[in-house]
Design a protein around this ligand. Structure first.
Ligand code: ADP
Ligand code: MG
Length: 243
C-alpha cells in the first residue's frame, strides 16, 4: 500500500433506484488517520454513497477499493471482515441482548483476531463498562444506544469507520463527547467517514469536507473554506464588516 493510496478509494460511483439516479459519478478517498465528511441537503445522495461503501447498495458503475483491493462486488458482511465498520442512521442493535453482548456480536463479525480484548477495550472507551453493560439494549436512551452501536462497530477492529448522521438525536454534551471519541479514533489511524447534517460537528472534526447535491460532489476542501462558502450562499456578509 503506497502512501498515495488511501485506505478506501471510490471512483466514478453511480447508483440508481429503478430509473432514478441517486449517485452520479462520485469519487471519494478515505485516508488513514483522517476524518472525511460528506454534507448536503436531504436527498443529495449521501446515504446512497455511504451504502455503496458499506456494501448495502450495489453501484451500477464505478469501483470501491480497500487497501488497493477491488471490493465493489463484495457483500456487506465480507467488507466488515476486511475492516469496514458502519453505524446506522437509526441505531440498530439486538434489543434482547445486553449492551456487552451487542458489542461481542461486533467482535465476532469483524476482522479475525478482534477478540474479547476488543470488547472490553471498546466498552471502556465508550463509558459502557459500568452496570449498563448488563442492561438489555431495549429501553436505553438514544444517546446510550448510539454509544452501544458505535461500540459494536469499533469492536470489529475497523480500518475504516463509516458513520451516517452520528449526531442525530444527541444533545450538545453528547455531541462534544462523540467528537472527542471520533478524533481519538482518527488519531489512532482509523479512516473515518462522517455523513452529517450537523455542520458544527463537521467543522470541529473533519479534515476534508465534500458537499453533495443531486448525486454529485460540488465542492471539496478543508471545513473552514468549504463551510464558509456554503454559509455565504445562505447569508451574505453584513456590509461594512471588517474581519
Ligand atoms: P441523503 O442521504 O443525502 O438524504 P439518499 O441517498 O438517502 O440522500 O437519497 C438520494 C435520493 O435517492 C433521494 O431522492 C431519495 O428519495 C432516493 N432514494 C433513496 N433511497 C431510495 C430507495 N430505497 N428507493 C428509491 N429511492 C430512494
Ligand atoms: Mg441520509
Amino acid at each position: 500500500l503506497g502512501a498515495a493510496e488511501p485506505v478506501l478509494r471510490a471512483r466514478a460511483l453511480r447508483a440508481a433506484y429503478g430509473g432514478f439516479v441517486a449517485l452520479d459519478g462520485v469519487d471519494l478517498d478515505l485516508p488513514a488517520g483522517r476524518v472525511t465528511a460528506v454534507v448536503g441537503p436531504n436527498g443529495a445522495g449521501k446515504s446512497t454513497l455511504f451504502h455503496c461503501l458499506a456494501g448495502t447498495v450495489r453501484p451500477t458503475r464505478g469501483t470501491v477499493r480497500l487497501a488497493g483491493r477491488d471490493i465493489t462486488r463484495l457483500p456487506a458482511h465480507a467488507r466488515t471482515r476486511l475492516g469496514i465498520a458502519r453505524t446506522f442512521q437509526q441505531p440498530a442493535v439486538f434489543p434482547t441482548l445486553t449492551v456487552a453482548e451487542n458489542v461481542r456480536v461486533g467482535a465476532e463479525q469483524g476482522r479475525p483476531g478482534a477478540g474479547p480484548g476488543a470488547v472490553e477495550r471498546t466498552l471502556r472507551l465508550l463509558g459502557l463498562d459500568g452496570p449498563v453493560r448488563a442492561h438489555p439494549a431495549t429501553g436505553l436512551p438514544t444517546g446510550t444506544l448510539r454509544r452501544v452501536e458505535l461500540a459494536r462497530a469499533l469492536a470489529t477492529g475497523p480500518r475504516v469507520l463509516l458513520l451516517d448522521e452520528p449526531a442525530a438525536g444527541l444533545d450538545t454534551g453528547e455531541v462534544a463527547a462523540l467528537t472527542r471519541i471520533l478524533a481519538a479514533l482518527a488519531a489512532d489511524g482509523t479512516a473515518l467517514l462522517v455523513v452529517e447534517h450537523d455542520l458544527d460537528l463537521v467543522a470541529g472534526l473533519a479534515d476534508v469536507v465534500h458537499v453533495m447535491t443531486a448525486g454529485r460532489v460540488i465542492a471539496s476542501g478543508p471545513p473552514g473554506s468549504v463551510l464558509d462558502a456554503l454559509g455565504r450562499t445562505d447569508r451574505p456578509e453584513a456590509p461594512g464588516q471588517t474581519d
